[in-house]
Design a protein around this ligand. Sequence first.
Ligand SMILES: [Zn+2]
Length: 279
Amino acid sequence: MIVDVHSHMADSTLHLSAEFKADLDASWKDHTIHAPPEVHRQAAAAVDAIIVFPLNAPYSGIVVPNEYVADYVRGAGENVIGFASVDANDPEAPDQLEHAVKQLGLRGLKIGPIYQGYDPLSDEAFAMFAKAEALGTPVMWHHGTTFVRKAPLRFAQPWQVDEVAIRFPALKIIVAHMGHPGVGETVAVVRKQPNVFADISGLYPRPWQYYNALMTAVEYGAAHKLLFGTDFPLFSAADTMAGLRNANALVEGTALPRVPEDVIEGIIHRESLALLGLD
Ligand SMILES: [Zn+2]
C-alpha cells in the first residue's frame, strides 16, 4: 500500500494573495499550487491513500477554508483523508479544530507556524496542541525553508518539535520535508520521540541534501519513521518515487555508502495510516 501523507488543496484564483503568488513565482517558476478538486483527484488516483489539507495562514496571504477540503473529501473515496488547518493566533483555534473534526469529518491538523506567524512554543500554540492531543488528531507541521519572504524561519526548528513532543507525548507529529535544511536535527528528534515522524516530500529535487538526509536517518536507525509524501501539486507521486529510487545516483562509482534498497522501498510502502492512528 502506498500512502501519500502530504498533499495540498487550494484554488489559486480564490485563496491566495497577490503577494503570496509573486513570492511563489520567484522561487518556483514552473510549479503551481493550484489544486482544486478536479486537480487533486489526479494525486488521489496515483496512490492507495492520500492525506490532503488546507492552510489557514492569513499572515502569509493564503487562506484555504476547512470546508473546501471537507466538501471534496466527502465526495471522494474513503482513501482520501482530510486534515483541518487552524491559526493559533485566533483564540477560537482549539474550538475550530474540534468543530472541523467532529462536524466536518476532518481527521488531522495541518500547521505552518512560519506561514501563520506564531511561535509554536507559545501559550496559544500549546492550547491548540492540547486540543489536538485530546482529539487524537495527528499534526502535520510544515518545517524548513519557504519561498514566502516574510515567513519567520525561527518558527520552524526541529528542537521546537522536541519540546512540543515532551509536553504532549501522545500527540502524533509529522515533521514535513524532514525539516530541511535541519534534516540532521529532525532525525535526532524523530529517533527519540516515539510519536514524531518525518515525511520525505519535496526533497528529491535537491539530490545532495536528499542523499545526506536519507543516510543520516539510516545511520541513526530512524529510517523506519520516514513517511512517503509528495507535497502535491508541487510534486507528483511518480516523480517522488522515481527520485527516491534514484537517491544513490550521485554516489555511483564512489566509495560513499548507498542508501539501502530496503530503506527506499520501506519508505514508499510505509503503513503510514496505521502509524498515525488513521487506519
Ligand atoms: Zn506542503
